[in-house]
Structure formats: structure tokens, C-alpha cells
Design a protein around this ligand. Structure first.
Ligand code: ADP
Ligand code: MG
Length: 270
């Protein structure tokens, strides 16, 4: 074996040892283009390092998205702002800059089912993952249940630490089921402790604030929760048609009046 072959193999071995997978995968192609384009050593090295950084960021992003436990992947690019005029595009774009997170601001999406609350919450969550922040998505019911279970198993503090450590916590669908006293208290603890450390929450609910009293075991705890949640917050009230029913309605399967009637009855519950 010639010295150059050994040198080449050692290079690949060392790249693997150092965990430089991006460079390892692309070095052959880059060496060729470097000769073809007569690039300087600095230019070639620069491109290789760019590739390594890109692959690492991509891997970190994938890991963050998996850890977040989103119900599906949604981005703002697939959100039809024309369909939902009550959603201010500029405000959403501003939220996607994640400035709200450095100020510990909470985002609350309110509105009837199907108007895109979860879609927008996930889109912001994915932007946070892209920025390398940790995100945890949970339905309100699962979240509260996990705290109740942790209490009976003696792992409450560990569970709480996890929920406090994540940079962004997304609590989806608060208000579908009423919370009993223990559940109300646990949720209050979580919200108030995140409030104290200025750690943002995104919350979605199909209940307006006026109905929150009925969601919790008593109105005192409801207002204590609202107090912490709203002190630094942005509320997006989405008033509009369900996107889920859009095509059905277009096809004439659901007359408009029935859909509106269904929403009114959903809004008046609780
Ligand atoms: P909600 O959480 O308010 O009940 P979702 O966010 O789950 O509603 O939206 C229901 C479905 O409709 C999802 O698949 C979502 O991606 C889609 N959707 C809702 N609003 C829009 C919109 N304006 N543009 C594109 N898709 C939308
Ligand atoms: Mg939803």
C-alpha cells in the first residue's frame, strides 16, 4: 500500500474516531470538487466544516423534535392564513422568532375545535427545536395524569423537575375534561413554578377565560392559575370555521348553519 492510501485511510479512521460524520460522509466529494474548482485549502476546509455543522444541527433538531412528542409535524408554511383571518400573520411570525421565550412570555390559543390552535402551537414548538431549545408537548389530560401517577409512585419531584427543565412546555386542549381538586392543585403547582422561573408555556383551550372557573375544582384556584399564566402572556383568540370541516362543507355535505350550531353548543358547554 502506498503512503497516500494509508494517509487517506487514516484520515477516514480519525474522522470516525472524532465523530465527524458530516466531514467523513462528504470529504471524498469535496476533495474532488476542490481539485476541479481549484479551491484553496482554506476554502475546502471551510466547506467541510460547514457540512459538519449542518449535519450536527440537523441531528440535534431531529432529536429535539422526537423528544418533544408532537402529535405530528406542522409548520407555519402549511398554515393557510387566508382561511383564518382572525389569526394575525405578523403576530405569528413574531412568535416564531422565539423572542417570547427569552421574556418568559406564555402564548394562549383560544378558540373552537379545528381552527388551528394545535397546528400553530406545534409550529412554534418546532421552531424552538430548530433553535436548539428543548420542547415538551402534552395534552393537558396526559400531563395532569402523569403528575397524579408520579405522586402515587413517589416520583413527583422528578416529574416536576423534568417539566420545569424543558425550555418550552406545550399544554394542549385544556378544558376538555374538568379537573378534580388534586389535578387542579398539581396543574397550579406546575404553572406557578414555571412562572417563577420565567419559563414559557404555550397553552391551547376551547374554553374562553370566562369559563375557566368551571374547569378547575374551585374558582379560587382557577383565578390563581390565570393570574400566573396571564401576567406575561399573549392571547390569540381564533374565531372562525373549523379547517377540518372545510372540504366537507365545500362539498355541500354539511350546511353552514349546522356547523355554526355545533360550535355554539361546544362554546356554551361548561
Ligand atoms: P384545533 O387544535 O384548533 O382543534 P388543529 O390545529 O388540530 O385544530 O387543526 C385541525 C386540522 O386542520 C389539522 O390537521 C391542522 O393542520 C389543520 N388546519 C387548521 N387550520 C388550518 C389552516 N388555517 N391552514 C391549514 N391547515 C389548518
Ligand atoms: Mg387541538
Amino acid at each position: 500500500m502506498g503512503g497516500e492510501t494509508i494517509c487517506y485511510e487514516r484520515m477516514h479512521m480519525n474522522l470516525k474516531k472524532l465523530g465527524l460524520l458530516g466531514i467523513s460522509q462528504s470529504v471524498d466529494a469535496y476533495l474532488e470538487s476542490s481539485v476541479a474548482e481549484e479551491l484553496s485549502f482554506v476554502e475546502t476546509l471551510g466547506r467541510l466544516l460547514e457540512e459538519e455543522v449542518r449535519i450536527r444541527q440537523e441531528r440535534t433538531y431531529e432529536t429535539k423534535v422526537k423528544m418533544a412528542g408532537f402529535p405530528g409535524r406542522k409548520t407555519v408554511d402549511s398554515f393557510d392564513f387566508g382561511f383564518q383571518p382572525s389569526v394575525d400573520r405578523r403576530q405569528v411570525k413574531d412568535l416564531l422568532t422565539l423572542r417570547f421565550m427569552s421574556d418568559g412570555v406564555n402564548i394562549i390559543f383560544l378558540g373552537p375545535p379545528g381552527v388551528g390552535k394545535t397546528h400553530l402551537a406545534v409550529a412554534i414548538g418546532m421552531a424552538a427545536c430548530q433553535a436548539g431549545r428543548s420542547v415538551y408537548f402534552s395534552s393537558a389530560d396526559d400531563l395532569v395524569n402523569s403528575l397524579v401517577v408520579s405522586q402515587s409512585k413517589g416520583s413527583y419531584e422528578a416529574r416536576m423537575r423534568f417539566l420545569l427543565r424543558t425550555s418550552l412546555l406545550i399544554i394542549d386542549e385544556l378544558g376538555y375534561l374538568p379537573l378534580d381538586r388534586q389535578a387542579s392543585n398539581l396543574l397550579f403547582q406546575l404553572i406557578s413554578r414555571r412562572y417563577e422561573q420565567a419559563a414559557s408555556i404555550i397553552l391551547t383551550s376551547n374554553r374562553g377565560y370566562g369559563e375557566w372557573g368551571g374547569m378547575f375544582s374551585d374558582s379560587v384556584i382557577a383565578s390563581a392559575v390565570l393570574d400566573r399564566l396571564l401576567h406575561r402572556s399573549v392571547t390569540m383568540n381564533i374565531r372562525g370555521d373549523s379547517y377540518r370541516l372545510k372540504d366537507k362543507r365545500k362539498a355541500g355535505l354539511i350546511p353552514k348553519v349546522v356547523v355554526d350550531g355545533a360550535r355554539r353548543s361546544e362554546e356554551s358547554q361548561g
